[in-house]
Design a protein around this ligand. Sequence first.
Ligand SMILES: NC(=O)c1ccc[n+]([C@@H]2O[C@H](COP(=O)([O-])OP(=O)(O)OC[C@H]3O[C@@H](n4cnc5c(N)ncnc54)[C@H](O)[C@@H]3O)[C@@H](O)[C@H]2O)c1
Length: 313
Amino acid sequence: MRVVVTGGAGFIGGNLVHALLGGGAEVTIIDDLSTGSMDNVHPAAAFRCLDVLSPEAAQAISDAHPDVVVHLAAQVSVAASLADPAFDRAVNVDGTRAVAEAAVAAGARRVLSASSAAVYGEPQELPLTETSPTAPAVPYGASKLEAEGVIAEVLRPAGVDFASLRFANVYGPRQRAEGEGGVVAEFASRMARGETPVIFGSGSQTRDFIYVADVVNACVLAATHEGVLAHPGVSGPAYNISTGTATSVNMLAEGLRVAMRYPGAIERADAREGDVEESVLSPAKAADAFGWSAAVELQAGLAATGTWFMQQS
Ligand SMILES: NC(=O)c1ccc[n+]([C@@H]2O[C@H](COP(=O)([O-])OP(=O)(O)OC[C@H]3O[C@@H](n4cnc5c(N)ncnc54)[C@H](O)[C@@H]3O)[C@@H](O)[C@H]2O)c1
């Protein structure tokens, strides 16, 4: 199988490329290294340092003759999307269109595109399912939702299989702590350096934390499963990639503290405006459609993540 992975020098992409190569796939990475790193690029993958919006990226997709394109490249920072929504939309919506059109031109048979729990905004019901109302609270969520529509608009008439994978809060090795690294990376890197982690608000806010190997496995199964189009949604087949378990930030911090044997304190600060209080996503549709479910227990995932951050510090 030949696979193009956009964003393959990033956190999720780096882990995915390693797994794909391990499974015998031929992989081409397209990544502009804006937030990614060459440290994440497996030497056995072909690497093209390109912006997905450039004509050269479309040519690189064509040159790779992919069976499957996994589109992970994105503007991933919520804060940056608030500061510059036009740039966020350009990368996440126009970039997705460019990749989808290039995939069609290259004769790919399937495209998977990374979406996000951010498409739901403040949940109206829990757990969130793919038919729950979508009301993104931030431009990043809006661009991810629009990109789901773009994928369907370009690929459905072309007869190319597609799926938008709505990742919950992904954590694990290779995640960046700086910027929008996510709370696990933030806490783990601080604990590894002996610095005090800070919980914003009461810490009772919940998230659906999913280990990156489970997300990678979801991508691999969705890439190879026949019949991924069996459950069309409103704008296209969207699948939650989540555990279905809500974990509070307090529980998370405690789990990491135990896993990393962190002896220090945990600081408290005022809640951040706009943070969703509760979030948990049902993974039932992905289980039904391509036989995927999360397998890594939180404590095991935190231990592996903690070990990686210790090795980096
Ligand atoms: N990490 C999470 O918790 C999470 C949750 C939901 C959705 N997602 C989505 O998963 C995908 C991967 O996210 P990640 O956490 O690995 O982030 P990441 O920042 O580590 O990876 C994104 C990669 O895309 C590259 N990139 C950015 N803009 C590009 C462009 N214009 N052209 C080419 N490459 C470009 C970056 O250099 C980086 O390597 C993104 O689409 C993100 O929105 C992530």
